[in-house]
Write a protein that binds this ligand. Structure first.
Ligand code: NAI
Length: 333
């Protein structure tokens, strides 16, 4: 039983892959690069490939098929980077590797706390041995109203975490959940804009919510509102956000994701001129914390996706019930 693993990171995944493959009796071919038409032959001899978010389009899927691949296992929750219809047309099945919401929820709470306690500015001063207090006065979460938009796996976990801080929690989703009602009040978006001191986003990006936070919604918000985004960059209109920060309308922001981050994040661009002015502006503000889409990135996450993606290949190869497969009849995609 052999699996070809692409995009295998040497610093955190490689040893885990080797250890776990040995444990469950799988042979590995490890490749540090994304799969493409040049290196596709590395998968010859394997029935399964293990990939991440690089584009797996129709020509690559056909090449996988020609090299004997029957199953694609992605070490991610989302699988929109894989052309599922092309895979189905070649008889290739696809599986994903969902991981728990706690890592992103923790990170979100951290960004909320960093934003209301001005941690970016504090760390900046500490680094310069400037131990003054002026301008660093923060707010306490128990005195604030937090608006959580999207109460799926992550939003619900954030709400439960926040409930321990004693803040008032408003929630909004297309579908309301009973378990959320113990901790939060579901309200229309307009009420979140009007009443929340902190707004945190936890929805996928869809055609309906592109630039959900824009000039118009910001105008309805409280002065000094804090915006936190660990979901998708394009939920916020960056130009409107920048303008509102410059006008002191928005008091702080914590952004794990930004618009047009694709191709930037996870690469070393120290010596490069980047074509993302919005990111440069946002990074320059002392009241904005920017991180490179890494709220998910915990030890637990790496272990889960490495183990489950391999286990999913093993289930497939042994013809067993495979809880990770997304191409079963009735599944989305
Ligand atoms: P989920 O699918 O469990 O929940 C999403 C929720 O958003 C659902 O309850 C859905 O009904 C709601 N929703 C969808 N469209 C909406 C709209 N227009 N208005 C209001 N509610 C809407 O998703 P999950 O796992 O909680 O992920 C949430 C977001 O976090 C996604 O955008 C995901 O891509 C992002 N994410 C970010 C990570 C990071 O490292 N920063 C890692 C993992 C996920």
């Amino acid at each position: 039983m052999q699996v070809t693993v692409y995009n295998c990171r040497p610093f955190d995944e490689k040893d885990l892959f080797i250890e776990y493959a040995k444990e469950i009796g799988i042979e590995l071919v490890l490749c540090g690069d994304a799969p493409d038409l040049e290196n596709v032959s590395l998968c010859r001899g394997s029935r399964c490939v293990d990939v991440i978010t690089s584009k797996i389009d129709e020509p690559l899927i056909r090449a996988f098929h020609e090299n004997g691949i029957e199953y694609i296992s992605t070490r991610t929750i989302g699988y929109d980077h894989i052309d599922i219809n092309a895979a189905k047309a070649c008889g290739i099945k696809v599986g994903n590797a969902p991981y728990g919401p706690a890592g992103v929820a923790d990170y979100t709470v951290m960004l909320i706390l960093m934003s209301i306690r001005k941690m970016g500015a504090i760390l900046g001063r500490t680094g310069l041995q400037d131990y003054t207090l002026a301008g660093l006065n923060g707010r306490e979460l128990k005195d604030l109203t937090v608006g959580v938009i999207g109460t799926g796996r992550i939003g619900t976990t954030v709400i439960k975490d926040l409930s321990g801080f004693g803040c008032r929690i408003l929630a909004h989703d297309l579908y309301e959940k009973e378990e959320v009602r113990q901790f939060a009040e579901y309200v229309p978006l307009a009420q979140i804009w009007r009443e929340a001191d902190v707004i945190t986003l936890h929805t996928p990006l869809t055609q309906d919510n592109f630039h959900l936070i824009d000039k118009e919604s910001i105008a309805q918000m409280k002065d000094g509102v804090v915006i936190v985004n660990t979901a998708r960059g394009a939920l916020i209109d960056s130009d409107a956000l920048i303008e509102a920060i410059e006008d002191d309308k928005i008091g702080a922001a914590g952004l794990d994701v930004v618009e047009n981050e694709f191709g930037l994040y996870y690469y070393d661009h120290k010596a490069d001129i980047l074509k993302n002015r919005e990111l440069a502006m946002l990074r320059s503000f002392p009241n904005v914390t920017v991180s490179h889409h890494m709220a998910f990135y915990t030890r637990n996450y790496v272990e889960t996706v490495v183990k489950d993606s391999l286990m999913s290949c093993k289930c497939f190869m042994e013809g067993k019930e495979n809880p990770w497969e997304v191409t079963r009849a009735g599944e989305r995609g």
